[in-house]
Every structure is written in structure tokens, then in C-alpha cells.
Design a binder for this molecule. Sequence first.
Ligand SMILES: C[S@@+](CC[C@H](N)C(=O)[O-])C[C@H]1O[C@@H](n2cnc3c(N)ncnc32)[C@H](O)[C@@H]1O
Length: 233
Amino acid sequence: MNQKLLNIKNTLDKSRKLNTSEFFVDLNGLEIQVDPNVFSPIYFEDSYFFAENMIDIKGLDVLEIGTGTGYFAIKMALNKANKVVATDVSKSAYNNALVNMEKLSLEDKVDIRLGSIFEPILNEKFDVIFWNIPFCYIEESTKNDSHISGKLDELESAVFNSEYKLLQQYLNEGFKFLNKNGKLLLGFSPTIGNKVVFDNVVLSLGLSYKAIVNKEVEMDGHKEILQIIEFYQ
Ligand SMILES: C[S@@+](CC[C@H](N)C(=O)[O-])C[C@H]1O[C@@H](n2cnc3c(N)ncnc32)[C@H](O)[C@@H]1O
């Protein structure tokens, strides 16, 4: 595992040590409960970045995959999306997002569902689909090294993505849940993630992409690039 990923693993361990909830307050004063074992916008700046830099979704139907605390979905509802559905495979994230919707009285506007990627989506279509995907690439063999033991736990699964299998599945299935002219988007970092494997996955599926947002951001004391990527068939 390289030094950057080790630092991220250390940050995860720091956030994992908490037994109680913490509270993330964004620059607009919005307070979000962050439960232990849930990807934390307090420790990872990308949650705020993607919510702030998202395209205009006013009046649109939005699907967020991997909602974590529900922060992005909340912001989309507050930015006047017509409807927001958000999924997460993690039971802790699902419960955390439900608590935040209730605290902000958004239960009627944001529909939180438990399940892997598009599993909880049946015959629905959306104008925008987005996932701040776990973009730290690891190889299957890395899971046997001393830093990550065997199966990824809930929190590790929020940042590490073995062989980019989740990316492959997201791109393979995503287009069929889009309305005509809908956009399949992804949050990614080419400086933290593995751009070579990313490009191979996209190419192998016969797709192309463009970074519609590309900015340098200070993360954990380092300058990193964060991107919102749009895919094309
Ligand atoms: C990088 S975190 C982003 C969390 C949140 N959207 C944010 O920006 O703060 C990735 C999220 O994807 C979720 N996730 C991982 N694998 C998933 C899967 N197979 N299906 C749905 N969600 C998944 C994780 O539980 C985690 O909440």
C-alpha cells in the first residue's frame, strides 16, 4: 500500500476510534450528524467539495449512490431538486442518513434506501446520477497485507475499491436508470485514485468521459485534484 493510501487508512482509524456521533457544520451553517463507522465529512474534504461544485439540479430527479451521512442528498434537496433518492450498502450509513433527514425534516424529500449500488432502484429513471465513489484503488492481494485484513469493513469500504469493481458495475448499469438527456456523474480524484485503471475500465466498456469539474484542493495537508466526471455512451 503506498504512502498516500496509508495516510488515508490512518485518517479512517482516527475517525473509527470515536464511539459517539460527531457533528459536521458546513460553511453555510448546515449541521450534519456523523456516526461512527460512516464516511466523515469532518475528516474527508471531498464530501463538501462535491456538494458545492455539483451542477445545477433545480427541478431535476437526482439519484445519489453511496450517501454516507446523507450530506450530498440533503444539499441536493435544499438546492431544490424535484426528487432525491439515495442508496448506501452500509447499514450504519443508511441509519445515519435517516437520522439526518429526520433532524432536518427532509424525510418527504429524500428517500434513503439500503442496498448495493442500483439494487434498491427498480423501474425508476433519473436526470442526474452521482456517486462520490470509493476512489482509493487496491488490488485483491493488498487485502492480505498487514494494513487491511481480509474483507473490507464498513468504513474501509467507503474509501477502498478493490480492482475498481464498483466502478465497473456503476458504469455498466448506470445508463439504464437515466432519463433521456440524463447525466451519469462520478466524484473522482486522479491524484489519489488510479487513473490508468480508471481509463482502462471506461475504455473496456466502450464509454468515454470528460471532467466537467477539475480543481486542486488541499486535503490532509496535500494538494490533490478532485473531479466531477461525466460519462458518455
Ligand atoms: C467516499 S464515501 C462518500 C459518502 C458520501 N456520499 C459523502 O460524500 O460524504 C463512499 C460511500 O459509498 C458507499 N458504498 C460503498 N460500496 C457501496 C456499494 N456497493 N453500494 C452502495 N454504496 C456503497 C460507502 O458506504 C460510502 O458511504
